[in-house]
Design a binder for this molecule. Structure first.
Ligand code: GDP
Ligand code: MG
Length: 177
């Protein structure tokens, strides 16, 4: 079977749950203990896609890049983002300012990878009331953007929409390649 491999980057403010989303997706685990990422970590996960590119099944190996969130992100971003086919841009439902900054992250990613695709995770959905989820979703969701495929209300804790998010991004990347 042909092995396609694609780089995708986790992008978002410090503490929004980037590392936790990867752990949920790759290791099927969640940990409340704070695990700060040191430097850059690359996780691998193979996703099986159905009915794409006239093939019944297609395996894609995702190389998921995770970076330590710190103030100098903008300075090192170009090297970190280079060569990525896609990004998961993450905000935190319980901290509105992290949702406000998502458009900046979108711009930054696309400035390095204009042909890349983006899915957005509004994470920690388990921490806010359902009504608030809906309201924030409507306020901050990016719509009608050629490169931003979809926004999901995720929770690395419960696991909701985590697989969907990564699968949607993989599908779009492979379909467009
Ligand atoms: P990062 O800096 O973006 O990588 O964020 P982390 O993945 O390290 O998460 C920061 C903190 O938020 C940790 O204490 C996590 O346990 C917690 N966290 C991450 N995702 C969720 C979530 O979906 N729900 C809840 N309740 N806590 C979360
Ligand atoms: Mg992290």
């Amino acid at each position: 079977m042909s092995a396609i491999s694609k780089k995708i980057c986790m992008v978002g403010d410090f503490g929004v749950g980037k590392t936790s989303l990867i752990r949920r997706f790759v290791e099927r685990q969640f940990n409340d203990k704070y695990l700060s990422t040191v430097g850059v970590k690359i996780s691998r996960k193979t996703v099986e896609l159905a009915d794409v590119k006239q093939q019944e099944k297609l395996n894609v190996q995702l190389l998921i890049w995770d970076i330590e969130g710190h103030a100098k992100f903008k300075a090192i971003a170009p090297t970190y983002l280079q060569g990525a086919a896609g990004a998961v841009i993450v905000g935190d439902f319980s901290r509105q300012e992290t949702l406000e900054r998502i458009p900046e992250h979108v711009q930054l990613f696309l400035s390095v990878n204009p042909k890349g695709f983006i899915v957005v995770a509004f994470n920690k959905a388990d921490l806010v009331e359902e009504e608030k989820v809906e309201k924030l979703f409507l306020t901050y969701q990016i719509q009608d953007h050629e490169r931003v495929i979809k926004t999901y209300p995720t929770s690395a804790k419960s696991g909701i929409y985590v697989d969907e998010l990564f699968e949607k991004l993989s599908y779009q990347i492979v379909e467009a390649a």
